[in-house]
Design a protein around this ligand. Structure first.
Ligand code: NIG
Length: 407
């Protein structure tokens, strides 16, 4: 196996207690894993050498909340929203119609394009939810395609009750035959616990059925109001509750006292003009945070985690270190992928060599240069993705050896 030395790393963010953040660092990759991490001057010899000329290196993003497999476009709904119309759960049925009408090949090609887009932006692990099928065959199809394009699949049959189906009838389907059909592909069950979608009692029924089928629990909660989703998620020990825009003091206390992670979705906060999730209050209360893109055609049509991290700093008042942690180890924890040798979202000896090289000397530039494409290169399990390579900003790093990265 060929060992590759990545050296002259100006700032190496490992997200591990052992190494923390290193300067003038190097890593050695052997196969798909990291074989060595330390000071560049101490690096062992390797077969290949990549000099990153002072660039920052950090783990790939772990995007723990997407709705990646869908068809159609809701730009008109977005434009209306920007003109003042509030977001409502009912728009989901527009995407359900387009998705049901699309072929497997069309859905797969679209999802793969989004996945490639995400990877080029530094995302090396990604979850995808069902939820735009809402009948047995369509949900099974979305779960199957999601399993092809994503690292973790979440069953979201309980997204809304589809038009023309009775509530009781649909709940029986979601907690019975549909769950049975989707469970072989899925790691988690999720429910949209919100006005216009599912009540707390209905959500509890869906989650308990998912748990009985062996799935971990996730909740879309408190996006549009104090829906009770947060309390339910904590009560049932869900791995995460996502959105969390509207929190009572009791919700905050429950999250602070529980194990459930709060996932903030900055793209959706901006694109729905909803009250921003109170990320600063959550972090100050000791709640563990994840940041995800929530890529979907209704509320957040972006795969760009760098944008989400920058927004979490600029608008939600997290520090850059908090935001990067939430988008790496936080995302990993929100997918229960944060322990053992295969843990993601961190750079550790023996762990996967999945990381991004920024066209910048530090992670601060992610928020300091908002909207700029700062990802120069992405390595996914020891292999470099052939993305775009752009010159970096700071002159002191415009060393000729940075061109070695291009090869
Ligand atoms: O996470 N809120 C529920 N589900 C998605 C949006 C779905 C849609 O409007 O298409 C979300 O924001």
């Amino acid at each position: 196996m060929t060992a590759t030395l990545i050296t002259s790393i100006g700032e190496l963010t490992t997200q591990t207690d052992e190494c923390g953040t290193l300067h003038d660092a190097a890593i050695v990759i052997d196969g798909e894993r990291i074989a060595w991490i330390g000071a560049a001057t101490d690096a062992p010899p390797a077969d290949e050498r990549v000099d990153v000329a002072g660039r920052a290196v950090l783990p790939g993003w772990v995007d723990s909340h997407t709705h990646l497999v869908f068809a159609g476009d809701r730009a008109a709904e977005f434009v209306d929203r920007m003109a003042g119309r509030p977001y409502a759960a009912g728009g989901i049925m527009t995407t359900v119609g387009a998705t049901r009408a699309a072929s497997d090949a069309e859905l797969r090609a679209h999802a793969l394009r989004l996945r490639a887009e995400a990877l080029a932006g530094g995302t090396t692990v990604l979850e995808a939810k069902t939820g735009y099928g809402l009948d047995l065959d369509s949900e099974e199809r979305l779960a199957r395609i999601s399993a092809e394009v994503a690292d973790a699949v979440t069953f979201l049959g309980a997204h809304v009750v589809p038009a023309g189906v009775g509530r009781r009838e649909y709940l029986d389907l979601v907690t019975g035959p549909m769950l049975a059909a989707v469970a072989p592909y899925a790691a988690f069950v999720d429910v949209f616990c919100e006005a216009g979608a599912f009540t707390v009692d209905e959500s509890r029924e869906v989650l308990l059925a998912g748990r009985a089928a062996g799935l971990g629990l996730k909740v879309h909660g408190n996006q549009l109001g104090e829906s009770g989703g947060v309390g339910l998620a904590v009560e049932l020990g869900a791995v995460s509750v996502d959105h969390v825009n509207h929190l009572s003091d009791a919700d905050l206390d429950a999250l602070a006292g529980g194990m459930t992670m709060a996932t903030i979705l900055p793209g959706a906060d901006l694109s729905t003009r909803e009250a921003l999730a109170p990320a600063r209050r959550l972090a100050d209360a000791g709640v563990r945070l994840a940041i995800a893109s929530n890529c979907n055609p209704g509320t957040s049509f972006t795969t760009n985690m760098q944008f989400c991290v920058a927004t979490a700093v600029l608008q939600h008042h997290l520090s850059i270190e908090e935001a990067v942690a939430a988008a790496t180890t936080g995302g990993a924890a929100a997918l229960s992928l944060d322990v053992g040798p295969d843990a993601v979202g961190r750079l550790a000896v023996g762990g996967f060599a999945s990381f991004q090289i920024l066209g910048a000397p530090s992670i601060a530039h992610i928020a300091y240069r908002p909207g700029m494409p700062l990802v120069d290169a992405v390595w996914l399990r020891g292999r470099r993705d052939e993305g775009q390579f752009l010159p970096i900003v700071a002159n002191r790093f415009s060393h000729p050896s940075c061109h070695q990265l291009r090869g």
